[in-house]
Design a protein around this ligand. Structure first.
Ligand code: 5GP
Length: 199
């Protein structure tokens, strides 16, 4: 399966682009952070969003927090590789830094929701799509509720979206079950290093 991704990458000599997706609350950020700690060469894209910052989130580090009109402007000037609406807010991946980092030989990770992952598939055919799934739906509910950052209405909306997002797993190149952060991040690191070998 990995060799399917060989041709377009090899032609442009770009480092791998790996999309990590899955429902909100599944633990994508924790896994991605573990991967970055273990291999600092890997670069995580910083998304733009119209959502308000949560306590502790920093502009330019966790997200670039922008207004609706700034987001529109980015779309119209072709500044986004992909974008999507999610639970009433908009999220997008700035295109230029992704290309720059890949050209410099740094593998790039995008941590995004499912519609965005689909959009990346159609815009960057050499992207490798990884879906993180919870061991079961109750674990996901606990993780989302335990975060304590959303009120009950937003939480219910995120659970609804999560249920439909889980059905998308079949569209991805690889599904990783997040039973254990350590194992899951090791799997992801191995996958990235396999992709580096074939590019
Ligand atoms: P949160 O509001 O919890 O930070 O993110 C909500 C969802 O949006 C998560 O599933 C997260 O992975 C996703 N997300 C974050 N950045 C982007 C992005 O640039 N594009 C897309 N399509 N989704 C994103």
């Amino acid at each position: 399966m990995l060799t399917d991704k060989l041709t377009p990458n090899a032609a442009d000599n770009l480092a791998p682009l790996v999309v990590v997706s899955g429902p909100s609350g599944v633990g994508k950020s924790t896994i991605v952070r573990a991967v970055l700690d273990r291999d600092p060469e890997i670069w995580l894209s910083v998304s733009v969003t119209t959502r308000s910052p949560r306590p502790g989130e920093l502009n330019g580090i966790d997200y670039h927090f922008v207004s609706d009109s700034e987001f529109e402007e980015l779309i119209h000037t072709g500044g986004l590789l992909e974008w999507a609406s999610y639970a009433g807010n908009r999220y997008g991946t700035p295109a230029e830094p992704v290309h720059q980092m890949r050209s410099q030989g740094r593998p790039v990770l995008l941590e995004i929701e499912v519609q965005g992952a689909r959009a990346v598939r159609s815009r960057a055919e050499d992207a490798y799509l990884v879906f993180i799934t919870p061991p079961d739906i109750e674990t996901l509910r606990h993780r989302l509720a335990g975060r304590g950052t959303e009120d009950s209405e937003v939480l219910a909306e995120r659970m609804n979206i999560a249920n439909s997002e889980l059905e998308a797993a079949i569209e991805f190149d690889r599904v990783l079950v997040n039973s254990q952060v350590g194992e899951c991040s090791t799997d992801l690191l191995e996958l990235i290093s396999d992709l580096k070998r074939v590019t």
